[in-house]
Design a protein. Structure first.
Length: 235
């Protein structure tokens, strides 16, 4: 009974940590959008996207409003978007997407996490050629009728559409991300999330023990407060 309780407790805390991390990431997205184009979502497509992502992540509306208000003040920090590159154990390429108000601190922390977890920090361009930046739109299956919309979605820039019982994912080329976003807005179709992600051109197969080493490194990178996303090509 004690083991079951501990397992449930661990799962609950892990879920809480993921939610807290998602809220922090979206909060930074809101801050950067407001700093760039103002607090009015009607005139700010990036802010509209961040608000939709907040809703998809079940972020409370009062927290979203507070993030917009905070970003509108002069006291709010300016965040820079920086992507660091490197290798996790067993030569797995990794891209670490950050939003930071202190790049000196961030690069030192990222380098440390690579080193502590048997990875290596790389130079700019050392692994990014192994990935392609794409638009990724995720929907609950019930919110998107593909039988009716598939051809329209392809016309709007869909490069690939994947679906299973849990979600439907639309992929677009980087250059078609804005076009697809406008089409979905026009059709009043709300995605759980709309993001530009780095998708690996190929994947790498490893043993279970090797995978555990890689995932330990990735989890350590993801835990850093300045890290927004970590991408890799582990199968």
């Amino acid at each position: 009974m004690g083991r079951v309780f501990e397992k449930r407790k661990h799962t609950m805390f892990a879920r809480f940590d993921r939610m807290a991390k998602a809220f922090t990431r979206i909060g930074k997205d809101i801050a950067m959008a407001v700093k760039a184009n103002g607090p009015n979502p009607d005139n700010n497509p990036k802010l509209r996207m961040a608000i939709r992502n907040a809703k998809g992540a079940n972020m409370p509306k009062d927290r979203v409003d507070a993030a917009i208000k905070r970003a509108s003040s002069k006291e709010e920090k300016d965040f820079q978007e920086i992507v660091y590159e490197g290798y996790a154990p067993h030569g797995v390429p990794v891209l670490v997407e950050c939003a930071t108000d202190n790049p000196t601190r961030t690069v030192a922390n990222i380098r440390l996490q690579f080193s502590k977890n048997h990875g290596t920090m790389g130079n700019s361009g050392s692994v990014s050629f192994m990935f392609e930046r794409k638009g990724v739109f995720k929907f609950e299956p019930s919110k998107l009728n593909l039988d009716e919309l598939e051809l329209d979605l392809i016309d709007a820039g869909a490069e690939d559409i994947q679906r299973d019982a849990e979600e439907t994912i639309i992929y677009t080329k980087f250059t078609e991300f804005g076009h697809m976003s406008k089409f979905l807005e026009f059709k009043k179709l709300e995605a759980k999330s709309s993001e530009l992600n780095y998708i690996p051109n190929s994947t790498k197969e490893l043993t279970e023990a090797e995978q555990d080493e890689v995932l330990k490194c990735i989890e350590a990178l993801e835990a850093d407060d300045d890290v927004q996303n970590v991408y890799h090509n582990l199968a």
